[in-house]
Ligand binder design. Structure first.
Ligand code: DLL
Length: 433
C-alpha cells in the first residue's frame, strides 16, 4: 500500500513546483530567524530573494556537523524552545553530540514519513511490529514507534538488547515485523539457533533494518537465516531520524521522501553537484522542518540518485543502498578501502560467519590491516592444515579485491563482540597516537 499517494506518486513537474515553493518559505524562515544562516548567506552575497526555485539550491552554502557542534546545543534552532516539544541527540562517538529539536508539527511530519517507510516495506495495520531499536536520545526507537502507531499496526516497544526476552516476546506476541539494526538481526538469527527455537513457529516475515551500512551479501544472509524479507531503511537524526528514505518490496533503491527532504549528490572534493547516477556525497535540505531546519546538510554518506519511477508506482527519487561514508574510508598504505568491500568478500566465503573486526595499526611506519574473522560453527575445522588453507583462501580473495596485503586471523565462533545497536567493526589504532 502507498501511504500518501498524492505526495509519493506526483509527476516530476508537480514535485518541482512543490519543492520550489517549500524551499522559498524555508529560506525566508532561516534567513530571518537563525543568525548563523543569515550571516552565511550574506557572506555569500545572497538574500532570500535570490532563491526563487529548486534550481537555485546550489547557490546556497553547505551546513556540516561541525556547524551544529559549534552552535551546540540550540544555536541553529529556528524557533524559541517554547515551541520545541522533543529533543534527540546523535550517537556521535567523538566530541560533542549534536542535538536536534522537534516542534509539534515536526513530530507529525516524522510520524508521517515513518508510516510511509513502513507501508513501503509492506507493513500494514494487521502487523505486529517489535521495535528493538534503542529508545532514548537515539531516534530509532521512538521514530519507529510513532510511525508504527500512525500506521495503525500493533507496536511492541521492547527497545534494544536482552536477546532472550526479545525472542520470548517474538514467540508470545506473534511478532510479524522486526525493527532493529542489521547487525542485531544477525545476532537474533544466531540466538534463535542456539536456543533451538523452531523457526517455523515464529510469525516473522519482514525486517526494517537501518542505522548503519550493510551490504547486499549481508541482506542475503539475514533473509536466509531469518526467513524474512529484509528492507533497508535510511535516516539521520539531523534530518529527522528514520523516515528519510526506504526501500519498497522491489528492493531497487530507497525512496526518498523528497517533498520534505530534498536530496542532492555532490562531489565531496570539489563540492559541485553531480548528475543523476553519479556516486558522491548525499546532501539534504529539509524544506518543511520547523525546529531545526537544515540547508544543504552534508551527510558524509555516499550514494547516487535515480529519478526513474519505480515499479511500485512511487515517483519519489530513489537513492542507491548506501554502503559507505566518505569519512569511514580507510587509507591503508595509500589505498582507499571501504569496510563494506571487505564485508562483501567475507560473506562470499561460506566457511566464515558474518562477524568480523578490522584492526589497523602502524608498525615500523607501515600500515598493517588485520582482519579477524570467525569460522562458521558448521565448518568446524580440527586440522591445522585445513584452517591454514581457509586462511590463505580468504587472504588471497581480499588481497585481489583490495590491492593491499592483509593479515587474516581466523577466530573461534562468538569471539567477536555482538552489537545490540550500531556495530563497531573498525579499530584504527593509528588514530590513538
Ligand atoms: O541512525 C536514524 C535511523 C534509525 C535510521 C533507525 C534508520 C533506522 P543517526 O544515529 O543520526 O540516525 O545516524 C545516522 O547512520 O548518516 C548513516 O551514516 C547511517 N545510516 C542510517 N541508516 C542507514 C542505512 C539514525 N540504511 C547515520 N544504510 C547516517 C547505511 C545508514 N547507513
Amino acid at each position: 500500500m502507498i501511504w500518501n499517494r498524492t505526495n509519493e506518486c506526483m509527476t516530476r513537474d508537480e514535485m518541482s513546483v512543490l519543492q520550489s515553493e517549500r524551499l522559498r518559505e524555508l529560506i525566508e524562515r532561516v534567513y530571518f530567524n537563525v543568525p548563523y544562516y543569515r550571516e552565511k548567506m550574506q557572506a555569500a552575497g545572497l538574500g532570500p530573494d535570490d532563491i526563487r526555485s529548486r534550481e537555485d539550491l546550489h547557490k546556497l552554502p553547505f551546513t556540516t556537523k561541525d556547524d551544529l557542534r559549534d552552535n551546540y546545543p540550540f544555536g541553529l534552532f529556528a524557533l524559541p524552545t517554547s515551541e520545541i516539544i522533543r529533543l534527540h541527540a546523535s550517537s556521535g562517538t567523538t566530541g560533542k553530540p549534536t542535538v536536534v529539536g522537534y516542534t509539534r508539527k515536526d513530530l507529525a511530519t516524522w510520524s508521517e514519513v515513518v508510516a510511509r517507510t513502513l507501508s513501503c516495506a509492506g507493513v500494514s495495520r494487521d502487523d505486529f511490529i517489535q521495535i528493538a531499536y534503542g529508545y532514548g536520545l537515539f531516534t530509532g526507537g521512538l521514530g519507529l514507534h510513532y510511525g508504527g502507531e500512525k500506521l495503525g499496526a500493533v507496536v511492541i516497544p521492547v527497545s534494544g538488547g536482552n536477546t532472550a526476552r526479545q525472542l520470548q516476546i517474538m514467540q508470545d506476541f506473534s511478532t510479524t515485523v522486526i525493527a532493529c539494526t542489521p547487525s542485531y538481526a544477525l545476532y537474533l538469527a544466531e540466538s534463535i539457533d542456539e536456543l533451538k527455537i523452531d523457526r517455523k513457529k515464529l510469525k516473522l516475515r519482514t525486517g526494517v533494518f537501518g542505522a548503519e551500512p550493510w551490504t547486499e551479501n549481508m541482506r542475503r544472509e539475514i533473509e536466509l537465516k531469518l526467513g524474512i524479507k529484509a528492507i533497508d531503511i535510511y535516516g539521520l537524526s539531523e534530518i529527522i531520524g528514520p523516515g528519510v528514505a526506504s526501500e519498497c518490496l522491489f528492493q531497487e533503491g530507497l525512496h526518498v521522501n523528497e517533498d520534505h527532504f530534498m536530496p542532492e549528490v555532490i562531489d565531496p572534493v570539489t563540492l559541485k553537484p553531480l548528475d543523476e547516477g553519479e556516486e558522491g556525497e548525499l546532501v539534504f535540505t529539509t524544506v518543511t522542518k520547523e525546529g531545526l531546519p537544515l540547508v544543504r546538510y552534508r551527510t558524509r554518506d555516499l550514494t547516487s540518485l535515480d529519478y526513474e519511477p519505480c515499479k511500485c508506482g512511487r515517483t519519489l527519487v530513489r537513492m542507491k543502498k548506501c554502503t559507505g561514508r566518505s569519512d569511514d574510508m580507510l587509507i591503508i598504505r595509500g589505498v582507499n578501502i571501504f569496510p563494506s568491500t571487505i564485508e562483501s568478500v567475507l560473506l562470499e566465503i561460506s566457511e566464515t560467519s558474518p562477524h568480523y573486526l578490522l584492526v589497523i595499526d602502524r608498525v615500523n611506519n607501515m600500515d598493517v590491516l588485520q582482519v579477524l574473522v570467525e569460522v562458521d560453527q558448521q565448518f568446524f575445522l580440527d586440522r591445522i592444515g585445513q584452517l591454514e588453507s581457509l586462511r590463505k583462501k580468504i587472504s588471497s580473495s581480499l588481497e585481489s579485491t583490495l590491492g593491499v596485503s592483509v593479515d587474516v586471523r581466523l577466530v573461534e565462533h562468538k569471539t567477536i563482540e555482538r552489537f545490540e545497536g550500531k556495530a563497531k567493526r573498525v579499530i584504527d589504532k593509528r588514530k590513538l597516537t
